[in-house]
Design a protein around this ligand. Structure first.
Ligand code: HEC
Length: 373
């Protein structure tokens, strides 16, 4: 099996490797502060987890670097840096990817597939009823969805080795890797007809297709992982590619923490100020309002499927009455920066032409103090 050759990535030439190195250097100068030292997020989202707001394809990542996101801290780098730099940045980000990307779920009507062995060519010959990109980059079906599922994706492999799929056999499933059938199972047929190949993967990007059908009465969730001999595992469904451990974010003792996560009903730019007394204060840098606050609170970055695309992260805690929305800094202001000093968060804006700082610190076990300087 050959890895799909994408010229900008993983090619063995020294020049390309140098570009990724160069991308890494540029990243540490330009992006590090917002996206974290290991691309694991901060003010900006993580750039190597499986969740992408704006798309995980090479084209989508480059477009984002070029154009930025108007109205957010993510500026358009097109105007500021030459193309070679922007390509090197994209290639560095791509070189850090692992597991599934660009997952698209298509649903087909059942009748056409009755009694026919699933192949990509068979699916190509009919139109799907729906086609949905899944930003979580996991395979799953909507509950009680009628139909046959085709999931297409790219599989990024960073560690060469022998791999195989472990699939819980429900309904029938065929898996194709770069067009080759590596798994076939059907709960209605004799196990001896099933296929589950072991295969070697090199560093590279592969086309992965999962073709799947279950009884209509089922919850219709695909169950499987891709495992390597060295113990690496990629979940094809469930919570996370890096194991199934939900990620809970809270402040450490004595040390406040500011993060920005996509939370339903909060503006995308909202800053979540996590105080060491487990109070979370949500500040909108766009208009200088405290949107609300919670005590005994933490952020759950991985609420369960299937509604993750509507609600990728959540604040778990008890709302503090009357905490917001309150204007901390009324007037037109332009957010400049935040700083954390011990248990205190400083949010600095230009308000009416002057630098003003909103200071948020813990008060007691379940509250916070806010002053403006
Ligand atoms: C000042 C902070 C800041 C800097 C510096 C910054 N970003 Fe961003 N970036 C953000 C924010 C905030 C978002 C989310 C924008 C939104 O969706 O509202 C973002 C989004 C992105 C996304 C899209 C992520 C997704 O989930 O789809 C990519 C890719 C990205 N940035 C790459 C970069 C690269 C590469 C650099 C360095 C050249 C960089 N960023 C520098 C703040 C920053």
């Amino acid at each position: 099996m050959k890895p799909l050759i994408l010229l900008f990535l993983f090619t063995a030439t020294a020049a390309m490797a140098a570009d990724i190195e160069r991308g890494k250097t540029l990243y540490s100068q330009l992006c590090f502060n917002c996206h974290g030292p290991h691309l694991d997020g901060g003010i900006g989202p993580a750039l190597k987890d499986q969740y992408w707001h704006h798309g995980s394809s090479p084209e989508a990542i480059l477009r984002l670097i070029n154009k930025g996101v108007p109205g957010s801290e993510m500026i358009a780098f097109e105007a500021v840096f030459p193309e070679a730099d922007r390509l090197a940045l994209r290639d560095y980000i791509l070189s850090e990817q692992e597991g599934l990307r660009e997952v698209v779920r298509s649903v087909y009507s059942r009748d056409y597939f009755k009694g026919k062995r699933f192949t990509p060519a068979l699916f190509d010959s009919v139109e799907p009823e729906s086609q949905t990109p899944l930003p979580e980059n996991l395979y799953y079906f909507e509950r009680s969805k009628e139909g046959v599922m085709r999931g297409t994706s790219k599989l990024y492999i960073k560690e060469a080795g022998d791999y195989e799929f472990a699939i819980r056999i429900i309904g029938r499933t065929s898996i194709f890797l770069d067009g080759e059938e590596v798994h076939y199972s059907d709960e209605k047929t004799d196990k001896s007809t099933h296929i589950n190949k072991k295969f070697s993967l090199k560093l590279g990007i592969y086309d992965l297709e999962i073709l799947h059908e279950e009884k209509p009465s089922h919850s219709y969730r695909f169950h499987g992982v891709l495992k390597s001999d060295s113990g690496k595992q990629f979940a094809l469904n469930g919570r996370s590619l890096q194991g199934n451990i939900p990620k809970i974010i809270k402040a450490r003792p004595g040390q406040a923490l500011v993060v920005r996560k996509w939370i339903a009903d909060l503006p995308p730019r909202a800053l979540l100020c996590l105080l060491p007394n487990q109070v979370i204060v949500v500040y909108n840098p766009g208009d200088g309002y405290v949107i609300g606050a919670w005590h005994s609170a933490e952020i759950n970055q991985t609420p369960s499927l299937p509604d993750r695309s509507a609600k990728p992260s959540e604040i778990k805690g008890t709302p503090i009455p009357d905490a917001g929305p309150n204007a901390a800094l009324p007037g037109i202001n332009r957010f400049l920066r935040y700083q954390v000093e011990g248990d205190t968060v400083h949010l600095v804006s230009l308000a009416d032409g002057e630098e003003k700082t909103v200071i948020i610190s813990p008060k007691g076990a379940q509250s916070f103090k806010l002053t403006v300087q």
